[in-house]
Design a protein around this ligand. Structure first.
Ligand SMILES: Nc1ncnc2c1ncn2[C@@H]1O[C@H](COP(=O)(O)OP(=O)(O)OP(=O)(O)O)[C@@H](O)[C@H]1O
Length: 380
């Protein structure tokens, strides 16, 4: 379970499993739930920390208040304020810089994809946002407060580095234990079981759950307090295609009701299909932030011809050399899709054998590799 080092500012070895998920008490031993109530002046420091983490929201859902963020959410709603905002957020471990001057903004009500390859600094960033690791430099605000603020933690649900449960208890009984720590009403248990589609299997022992069901039970635990911000770290890790699709649907649903979701993933499909906006991190640096469409950077008219040099000459004559590039055996023209008929006619007139012509949308994968490759080449 969560080692003592998980307290704010604590240090943790890479090999140690982290249980940041709400409901598992910090320092808990994974055994029988402790009987001593978490209340009163006699509580230990660890228990007080758990109380803060699992306390019910002290404030109602955020009042829109003065708008501090000028952008618009990817949803069609009004201008929204940042739920998470960092400036120059940095974490160094000895000589290694795990997170390097990250400035990210997550807007209220959006599903934000935090995308990066293994070791890019995603989990370290999340830990800083949750107040579990002290930054070496820079600042972060989460729901308007400093990371780790007890009132804020009560408004955040988290599933970081995989869920952990009491295996001999049923899914429902696990949630009862977590609800007690979270001080969430018992009525929430059935609600969250329904949300994650586990009502039918709620009375089975957690040990019998598939990986996908365990992940969904972890999400259910994170939802007990109806959090305003839900942080999910690699929730589809290890899931088969069906489990991955279920989890994506669930995340989409969770983000639909105005809740803000921060989804960390190295899987492009997760992010492309689910997220409103994306921040791409590589070697600790946030290399881009924008909507999936913005990151993909539009499309091009793709032309495959037998005489590609002749085809290129025709295209350059029509549109200028700056709009024509060649990659992967095709010409790509930065022109409108409606140019296809005119270009085809001109190519035929120039005796070029045209094999294919059509509109090509860049995938997030293409731009992701370009962005992360350029970060790899950068000086650190
Ligand atoms: N406690 C630590 N001590 C030393 N180095 C660390 C520690 N935690 C993380 N790192 C290093 O910081 C870098 C970023 O790690 P981090 O776990 O944040 O990446 P990640 O993007 O979450 O990767 P993954 O997708 O593999 O989980 C890595 O080089 C990692 O080895």
């Amino acid at each position: 379970m969560l080692p003592t080092g998980a307290a704010p500012g604590g240090r943790r070895g890479r090999g140690t499993a982290v249980r940041l998920r709400r409901g598992v008490p910090p320092g808990g031993d994974g055994g029988v739930p402790r009987g001593r109530p978490l209340a009163g002046g006699g509580a230990t420091a660890r228990e007080r920390w758990a109380q803060a983490l699992y306390a019910p929201p002290r404030r109602p859902k955020a009042d829109p208040g003065p708008t501090t963020w000028a952008g618009r959410s990817a949803h069609d709603g009004p201008v929204t304020k940042p739920v998470v905002e960092t400036a120059d957020l940095t974490k160094r471990y000895s000589r290694r810089t795990a997170v390097d001057a990250v400035g990210m903004r997550i807007r209220e009500g959006e599903i934000y994809g935090f995308l990066g390859p293994n070791g890019a600094g995603k989990t370290t960033t999340l830990r800083m946002l949750l107040g579990l690791v002290r930054p070496s430099a820079g600042t972060a605000r989460v729901l308007g407060a400093a990371p780790g603020d007890p009132g804020t933690l009560a408004r955040v649900g988290m599933l970081v580095e995989g869920p952990a449960f009491y295996p001999y208890l049923s899914g429902r009984d696990n949630l009862r234990v977590f609800a007690r720590y979270a001080r969430a009403p018992a009525s929430r248990i059935d609600e969250v079981l329904k949300t994650v589609d586990l009502s039918d299997r709620a009375d089975d022992r957690a040990a019998r759950y598939s990986l996908g069901m365990k992940q969904r039970l972890g999400v259910a635990a994170a939802l007990l307090n109806d959090p305003e911000l839900l942080v999910l770290d690699e929730p589809t890790n290890g899931l088969d295609p069906a489990g991955t699709a279920d989890m994506r649907d669930l995340i989409r649903d969770l983000g639909a009701g105005g809740r803000t979701v921060l989804l960390s993933s190295h899987l492009l499909g997760d992010v492309q299909q689910v997220c409103d906006r994306v921040g791409v991190i590589a070697r600790g640096r946030l290399v881009r932030e924008g909507t999936v469409r913005e990151l993909r950077g539009g499309g091009s008219l793709r032309v495959v011809a037998a005489e590609s040099e002749d085809a290129r000459a025709v295209a350059e004559r029509l549109y200028g050399p700056d709009r024509v590039s060649a990659r992967e055996g095709a010409l790509h023209l930065a022109v409108d899709a409606a140019e296809a008929p005119r270009l085809s006619r001109e190519l035929v007139r120039a005796d070029v054998d045209l094999h294919a012509i059509g509109w090509h949308e860049r995938s997030l994968e293409e731009t992701f590799f370009e962005m992360t490759a350029s970060a790899d080449g950068a000086e650190r």
